[in-house]
Design a protein around this ligand. Structure first.
Ligand code: ACO
Length: 325
């Protein structure tokens, strides 16, 4: 059945200037470059400058995405920002970005699903486009996790970085078949029983301050591979596709071992997986659009390629999407 598809029109990303290497971290906490690389695959991460906020990073990413799409803000009806590190408790980071890009029409809001946030935002925007409620949407993942890390806790502070990515989705009439360009399927899951495995020990309604990230790394690892493989397979099945149809897996970039174990479980070789965790570390909701941007700009991802996106984060939340670029 033909209908409107949410089709990728342009992608952009932004990383703050300052690079923090593993050796830099080894000067402040008891760790080594070798330990971090062996357990996580991370070599370096970018850290926002003092006064540089999540909305600032997102603004640059959006400018680049609009330029890549050859579109102006007049053509955009909605902005969805996935972030767990908003500039303020309210208003939303999305409305700050909306104002900054000179958009005085449409609507903008944030979604919160931590590291799966980009897939939640993508799913929401896709629904609005497919029902004709929005002609085009900017889907943003943007984070400044450096602001919620306990920089004395070596088990967590080595894992994360800051950054932003923005994807523009545009409504186009499709045939309804899975050969169409656009978002072909999305699958979302959550299970609040795992709140204590990965959380921030503060918030407006509890401590009144932002708090710091706390994690049971082993517990997260255990669930990650199983959940990510399950949701990836579900997204493909819903779209009537199989792993052999996938040109590129673009996973959430938390840990190289989670990425490779999940790819193996799904049945996709690592030469069909986009990996940026070595350079970006875990940028939470920003990691998938950052990885997409890298691979589109270096020519690996091309028009018509079938992408499988998958992510898991605090909650737990997890999500998958099959997208034909
Ligand atoms: N440097 C050196 N040693 C360290 C460090 C460090 N940075 N961090 C922890 N250690 C030590 C621990 O203290 C422990 O020492 P001990 O044996 O003397 O007690 C030892 O290393 C082993 O600690 P574990 O936590 O058991 O190490 P593990 O092999 O599980 O690796 C890691 C830890 C990398 C966090 C792993 O559990 C992991 O990747 N988990 C997934 C977490 C994740 O990716 N979270 C991101 C958010 S969720 C998501 O995005 C999917």
């Amino acid at each position: 059945m033909s209908g409107i598809r949410a089709v990728p029109a342009g992608i952009g990303s932004y990383l703050p200037e300052r690079v923090l290497t593993n050796d830099d971290l080894a000067k402040t906490v008891d760790t080594t470059h070798e330990w971090i690389v062996e357990r996580t695959g991370i070599h370096r991460r970018h850290i926002a400058a003092q006064g540089e906020t999540t909305a600032d990073l997102a603004f640059h990413a959006v400018e680049r995405a609009l330029a890549a799409a050859g579109m102006t803000v007049d053509e955009i009806d909605m902005i969805v920002v996935a972030t767990a590190t908003p500039d303020q408790t309210f208003p939303s980071t999305a409305t700050r970005i909306q104002h900054r890009i000179g958009m005085a029409h449409g609507f903008a809001f944030d979604v919160q699903a931590v590291c799966s946030g980009f897939l939640y935002a993508l799913t929401v925007a896709t629904q609005f486009i497919e029902t004709g409620k929005a002609r085009a949407a900017i889907v943003i993942g943007a984070e400044t996790f450096s602001r919620i890390l306990d920089w004395t806790d070596r088990a967590t502070c080595v894992l994360f970085g800051d950054g932003a990515g923005a994807l523009i989705l545009k409504g186009e009439t499709g045939t309804g078949r899975n050969t169409d360009r656009g978002v072909l399927s999305t699958e979302l899951r959550s299970d609040g029983a795992h709140n204590a495995s990965l959380y921030v020990d503060g918030g407006p309604s509890t401590t009144g301050i932002a708090g710091h990230l706390r994690m049971n790394g082993r517990e997260v690892f255990k669930h990650a591979v199983r959940n990510l493989a399950e949701i990836g397979e579900a997204a493909l099945t819903t779209a009537g596709l199989t792993p052999s149809d996938v040109r590129w897996v673009v996973p959430h970039q938390a840990n190289a071992r989670i990425i490779s174990s999940t790819a193996q479980k799904i049945g996709v070789e690592m030469d069909r997986v986009i990996v940026t965790v070595q350079d970006h570390a875990n940028t939470s909701a920003a990691s998938i659009p950052l990885a997409l941007d890298v691979a589109v700009r270096d020519g690996r991802i091309r028009t018509g390629d079938l992408l499988l996106l998958e992510a898991m984060g605090g909650g737990f939340t997890w999500g998958g999407a099959a997208v034909r670029w």
